[in-house]
Design a protein around this ligand. Structure first.
Ligand code: GLA
Length: 387
């Protein structure tokens, strides 16, 4: 469906059929909030919404990006290297950054390409549209130039681009889930060893997403601030030796070093360390089919994000509280970076549209705006093909 749409868009924009298509899903962060860039554990779900990219080689060294919102085309000449584009055209930096690090990994681009994309992912909902455009570009480019890229390699390219090209100090959760996603499964990532595995979702579990549509104006700065507080704590815990990520430390080590870091760094580390333990426990419980118990960990995760990591907000807390009152909800928590965005709920088959609407109505009574409800299924990860 998405593939047909992107081909149609490409033909409208360029008057010719594309030669390669790549697709990548968005993701839900199931549990493991801000653990990834701390070398921690995290679980996520690739969803049945995402982004597709269509490409065709050109005869020159240029890239041409079609903007479906304005109908305009943006041209970048890459004969003298690939550099970030200025504000106003920064959406092209997502595909561009990926291309730069694919070239660094050995891709030989003889000619540029024409580019069009199509998305059925709501933006600003914390579903990682950025990873979806990065990984769909990566798969499409790999197909177009016949360049072999392993799944874990694609994830690394995406992270490098985020960290160095886009200045976003994130970890590998978003790209990892977008690439390693599997139908009816959850992706488990050990971000220290960069190992990816999947486990089947227990039968009957579904996901409901409630997008608050609220977004903190300073969200990127706040993410970077949390990142540096975690690094401060890791440095203090490493006691002047080789700096090791928070994954290496337990709560008792943290208590011992409490006086060597700022109170905020201590709180962030306390969240990350306890969250790693919750992820490991949740994985075990899901394998044993103990869904209700795993659900409780989702609520505990949210509570820790709210009180220790301080990346929740009143809107998200209200959604979690309303969901908690529903017997058909196993658990709910903020999903993704935080400071606005969406709450995800793990629900039983009995959770109906009417239940979801009741939550939305109560939320609207308090905040005057209705959250957007999105039901989604766990789906396969990114792929690419030559047409
Ligand atoms: C964003 C980042 C991820 C991860 C989450 C929080 O989605 O892109 O790398 O840090 O926030 O867990």
């Amino acid at each position: 469906m998405r593939k047909e749409k992107v081909v149609e868009r490409f033909v409208k924009a360029y008057g010719a059929l594309p030669e390669a298509v790549g697709s990548a899903p968005g993701r839900i962060e199931f549990i493991g909030n801000h653990t990834d860039y701390n070398g921690g554990l995290v679980m996520g779900v690739a969803i049945d919404r995402g982004i597709s990219v269509a490409l065709k080689k050109r005869d020159d060294s240029r890239l041409c990006f079609f903007n479906p919102k304005t109908g305009e085309k943006y041209i970048v000449d890459i004969s003298r290297g690939i550099e970030p584009q200025p504000t106003g055209a920064n959406w092209v930096n997502y595909p561009l950054g990926v291309l730069k690090y694919m070239v660094e990994a050995g891709l030989d681009i003889d000619r540029g390409f024409n580019f069009a994309d199509f998305s059925d992912l709501p933006t600003g909902a914390g579903l990682s549209s950025s990873a979806a455009i990065e990984m769909s570009t990566c798969m499409a480019v790999a197909s177009l130039y016949n360049f072999g890229v392993e799944k874990a390699g694609a994830v690394r390219i995406g992270r490098k681009s985020e960290n160095n090209f886009l200045n976003m100090p994130c970890g590998i959760l978003d790209q990892g889930v977008s690439v390693f996603g599997k139908k009816d499964s959850i992706v488990f990532i050990d971000c220290l060893s960069e190992e990816f595995s999947t486990c089947p979702l227990p039968k009957g579990c579904r996901f409901a997403l409630f997008n608050s549509t609220k977004k903190h104006a300073l969200v990127e700065g706040l993410y970077a601030e949390r990142h540096s507080e975690c690094m401060e704590a890791a440095k203090a815990l490493s006691r002047g030796g080789e700096e090791r990520p928070l994954r290496f430390f337990g709560l008792s080590a943290l208590e011992e070093s409490k006086g060597k870091m700022s109170p905020k760094a201590y709180m962030r580390a306390r969240h990350v360390i306890s969250e790693n333990a919750r992820v490991a426990e949740a994985a075990k419980l899901l394998k044993e089919n103990k869904i209700a118990e795993a659900g409780k960990l989702l609520y505990a995760s949210h509570e820790s994000s709210r009180t220790l990591f301080e990346n929740s907000c009143e809107e998200l807390d209200t959604l979690v509280d309303l969901l908690k009152a529903d017997k058909n909800v196993y658990g709910a928590r903020l999903s993704g970076g935080g400071f606005g965005g969406a709450v995800m709920a793990l629900v039983s088959p009995e959770f109906s549209q009417a239940d979801a609407e009741r939550v939305a109505k109560k939320y609207a009574e308090k905040f005057g705006a209705t959250p957007k409800i999105l039901e989604c299924r766990a789906d396969d990860g990114a792929c690419g093909e030559l047409l």
